[in-house]
Structures are given as structure tokens and as C-alpha cells.
Design a protein. Structure first.
Lengths: 263, 243
């Protein structure tokens, strides 16, 4: 891997998280990376879901070298950065690494070290975090410049997204959080959900920040992705939606999100 | 005057001006440093004594706000790296204005000093007790396991409550404090101000729940209350879709 990025530059690190699992986090990471790569960005997706990684499944990759090997010194970082089908790079955790599902100081140091080493070599790093709001997830998010929370209109997903947003605002001092709503059935539903989340944040979270100084927490809607049979089709074929069905409504929505993120 | 050491007698503009530093130290009760005046060890002791003086609160001798802000920055950085639990307590004397109004400012100062002494006597040597300002104090407790947090805070509150403050008139006063506390986010890059904000919020809660009590941030803070859920799903968005 040659580093084409000029010295002194550092990738913009975006954490993608959801609170609840199964809402399309890894799907979004992979397809967003594809769209960003097509916009000309040099993108790395880092599978930060250390305990239960499945980016390799989504991308239909069968990596021989994973982050685990880098952690244990069996492989170099260069060997573990793999090209993915969408024109971006991936650093896969390797699934079933139960020992990494708990954030020991060792794991923490490793993650900080890896990110520090890859950051100068890319324009953008997407951290695909695990589900939930465990200490591993919170730690990974804290290393990112910005956070994208993905939710669906399901009440459980909205509740978990809200819990995540609340924690990021109160514990990490985040004042701007990006939101993507997946699986919307009616156009505009994403905006409605973002507004509802903002309402609850303004009412229950903001009054407690800085002793009620009125400092705002802005939820920025990055886009909504419609419920689209094309997504299921791509996932079942273990292919990127943007490659297999680029004209589908969901694919176009992801392209729109990428454009907004680059702006 | 013969009392002046020779090196202080005629100081050219670019020479060390030590008189003021020495008088500051004498005034603070620390006295002049020991050793041969003007020697390097003597100057080092002088600098150490001045540093100490500039990091302490004049009335109570506790760490002052500047010292506290350095310490909390260091501690939150340490927790982010080590993952050790660290507790921050923010404390405030209940109805302090009444002491000043009813017994005068001298009595008010006595109350502040008594609380400061009680706090220092209750915590471990490794903990940092600071006067945050006015009648507000803060304590940083490194390596304090969450299971003990409430007990520690409660012990501090009780110690202050039990302490009698004797005025010059012979009158005895008692005072109470409210305590709010929060743990630093472990392994997470955050800021000291966010940590202080969370502890402050709990102090506010202790005050509004009636004072003379301790409130620690419930863990985890990610719990979503019924009220929050109520508002989250209050609008017609689901009504329309599910009906």
C-alpha cells in the first residue's frame, strides 16, 4: 500500500453507530464508502465491531489477515488493509474475537494505535462500530471527528438511537450529531423522526448541559433511505447495493448522503 | 536598615526582586525559606513556596480553583487512558447566605474553614479537595470504585453535619452541605468541563430535592425514562402509520 496522501494530512474520521443492531449499520458503512470513493475520496472502512464483526460477510470477503493478526503481531498493518469491491479499503476485525468484546486497556491502546497509523493515509475513515452502547463502542466513537447515528422508524430503534445521542451529548460533549433514517416507508418520514428526536433532546438533554446554559445539540439529518427490495436482494447476493443495483431508490439515497457528508 | 540581606540592598533593574516574594511568604505564614540566602537551594525553596502559595486558597489552605483545573484535566486524561474509575464530587454549603446575614462575615469565614477542615479530614491523602469559589468545593477521588462512591459521599456529608462550629461569642453553629457526583467516562476521549457539568447537575438535583443530601449520577446514563419515551412517540407519526 503506498500512501498517496500528502504529509501532515489526516483522514476525517466518522463513526457509524446505531444503538440497536440490525438497522443497516454495516450496509450503510459499505455502501457509503463506495459512494464516497466514487466522489474521489480515499476511504478506509475500519470494522470497529471487534466482538462480532460482519463487514466481511456483507462484502463477501474471505480475509486471511485481520486486525486480530495485527494486534497479536502475526501480520503487519499493511497486510491487513485489504481492497474492497467498492473501490475503498477495509480493515477487518475478523469475527468471533470474543476477547476484544471487552475494552481492556490493551484493546484500547491497540485501537488508538491502529487509527493513528492509518489516519495519515486516507481522506476518510468510517468506523463501523458494534451494536449497543458498550464501552468498546463509546471508546471507538470518541476517537472520531463526527458521529453518524443510523435508526429506523421502529420504536425500539428510535429509543436506542435516542439513548446513544443522549450519552454522546452528556458524556462526550458532542454538540452536533448526524442522523440517517433507514427503511422509511413514506418520503419525509426521516425528517419527522429527526424532528421528534430533536424535540426530546431539547426537552430532556439540553437543559442539563453546562448547567442549563442553553447550549444546543444539533441533530443533522443526512438523509433517509427508503425501504427497498433492492437492499435485500443485494444483501442476499452478498454484493454492494451501489454495484449491483445502482439505480435503485435506496442506492440513490446513499449517494445523496455521501454528497451531503462531503459538502 | 541592617536587616536586609546584602544582595537585596541595591537592586539594579535587571536583578532579581525578591523582597516582595519574601514578604508574601511571611504574610502567608510560611516564613522565609531556610538555607543560605541567595544560594540556588534557597532560591529553589523560594520558588517552591511561591508555587505552593499560588495553588492554595488563602482562607482555607485547600487547593484553589487554578490548581483544581490543572488536576481535573490531568485526571480526566488519565482515566481516558487507564480506564480507572474516578469520581468528582461538587459540594455546596446549604443556605450559606444565612450565616453571613445572621452572624456576619467573620462567622461565614469560620463556617467555610470548618467545612474545609472536615472535608480534608474525611478523604484519602491522594484525593484533591479544592475550594471552587465562594461556598463551593470540589473533590477529585482517583481510583474510587463505583460501588463505594455513594458511601464516600455520604460519609463526607455526615462528617460536616456532625461538626459544631464555635463562634467567638461562644455560640455554636451547625451547617450542612449538598453533594453532587459523577464518574469520569472511562476510556473515552472527553473534556473536564463535561465531567464537571455532570457532577454539577447532580449537585443541582441534591439542592432541589431538599439539600443536606448526596446525589450521584445514576449509571448508566443511557437509560431512557418513560417520560422521554412518551415524548419520543407522542406525535402522530405512529398513529397514522399503525392505525
Amino acid at each position: 500500500m503506498s500512501s498517496a496522501v500528502a504529509p501532515g494530512r489526516r483522514a476525517r474520521i466518522t463513526a457509524i453507530t446505531s444503538g440497536k443492531g440490525g438497522v443497516g449499520k454495516t450496509f450503510l458503512s459499505a455502501n457509503l464508502a463506495t459512494a464516497l470513493a466514487r466522489q474521489g475520496e480515499k476511504v478506509l472502512v475500519l470494522d470497529a465491531d471487534l466482538g462480532l464483526a460482519n463487514l466481511d460477510v456483507v462484502l463477501n470477503l474471505h480475509p486471511k489477515v485481520t486486525l486480530h493478526d495485527v494486534f497479536t503481531g502475526k501480520a503487519t498493518l499493511e497486510e491487513a488493509i485489504l481492497p474492497a469491491p467498492g473501490g475503498f479499503s477495509v480493515l477487518l476485525a475478523g469475527s468471533g474475537l470474543v476477547e476484544y468484546s471487552r475494552l481492556t486497556p490493551h484493546v484500547r491502546e491497540q485501537l488508538v494505535d491502529i487509527i493513528g497509523r492509518v489516519a495519515p493515509r486516507f481522506d476518510r475513515i468510517l468506523l463501523d462500530t458494534g451494536a449497543g452502547i458498550s464501552d468498546v463502542v463509546l471508546h471507538a466513537i470518541s476517537l472520531a471527528d463526527d458521529v453518524l447515528v443510523i435508526a429506523t422508524p421502529e420504536p425500539t430503534s428510535m429509543t436506542d438511537a435516542y439513548a446513544t445521542i443522549k450519552l454522546l451529548a452528556t458524556q462526550q460533549g458532542r454538540r452536533a450529531i448526524r442522523v440517517v433514517v433507514n427503511q422509511v416507508s413514506v418520503a419525509g418520514e426521516g425528517r419527522t423522526i429527526r424532528n421528534q428526536l430533536q424535540l426530546v433532546v431539547d426537552r430532556f438533554v439540553v437543559p442539563h448541559l453546562n448547567g442549563g446554559s442553553g447550549e444546543a445539540v444539533a441533530l443533522e439529518l443526512q438523509g433517509e433511505i427508503p425501504t427497498d427490495p433492492a437492499v435485500r436482494e443485494a444483501v442476499q447476493r452478498r454484493a454492494l447495493l451501489l454495484e449491483k443495483l445502482p439505480g435503485s431508490r435506496a442506492a440513490l439515497a446513499v449517494v445523496g448522503i455521501a454528497a451531503r457528508m462531503a459538502a | 536598615m541592617n536587616s536586609k540581606p546584602p544582595f537585596l540592598e541595591s537592586t539594579p533593574p535587571d536583578a532579581l526582586r525578591l523582597e516582595q516574594a519574601l514578604s508574601l511568604l511571611v504574610q502567608s505564614g510560611q516564613g522565609a525559606p531556610a538555607g543560605v540566602q541567595g544560594s540556588t537551594p534557597w532560591l529553589q525553596s523560594l520558588i517552591d513556596a511561591l508555587c505552593d502559595l499560588s495553588s492554595r486558597d488563602g482562607l482555607t489552605g485547600l487547593a484553589n480553583r487554578r490548581n483544581f483545573e490543572n488536576a481535573i484535566a490531568r485526571e480526566s486524561d488519565r482515566v481516558a487512558r487507564s480506564g480507572e474509575p474516578a469520581l468528582l464530587l461538587m459540594l455546596d454549603i446549604d443556605h450559606f447566605k444565612r450565616f453571613n446575614d445572621q452572624h456576619g462575615h467573620v462567622a461565614g469565614d469560620l463556617v467555610i474553614k470548618a467545612v474545609a477542615a472536615a472535608l480534608s479530614a474525611t478523604v484519602r491523602p491522594m484525593d484533591l479537595v479544592a475550594r471552587f469559589g465562594g461556598e463551593e468545593f470540589a473533590i477529585i477521588l482517583p481510583n474510587c470504585p463505583p460501588a463505594f462512591g455513594s458511601a464516600v459521599a455520604e460519609r463526607i456529608r455526615e462528617r460536616v453535619e456532625k461538626r459544631a462550629i464555635s463562634l467567638v461569642s461562644g455560640q455554636q453553629l451547625g451547617c450542612t452541605i449538598s453533594i453532587g457526583g459523577a464518574y469520569a467516562p472511562q476510556w473515552v476521549r472527553s473534556t473536564p468541563s463535561v465531567w464537571m457539568e455532570r457532577a454539577d447537575l447532580q449537585l443541582y438535583r441534591a439542592k432541589s430535592e431538599g439539600r443536606n443530601r448526596t446525589c450521584l449520577e445514576p449509571t448508566p446514563v443511557s437509560v431512557v425514562s418513560a417520560e422521554e419515551k412518551g415524548l419520543l412517540f407522542a406525535s402522530s407519526i405512529f398513529g397514522e402509520d399503525l392505525s
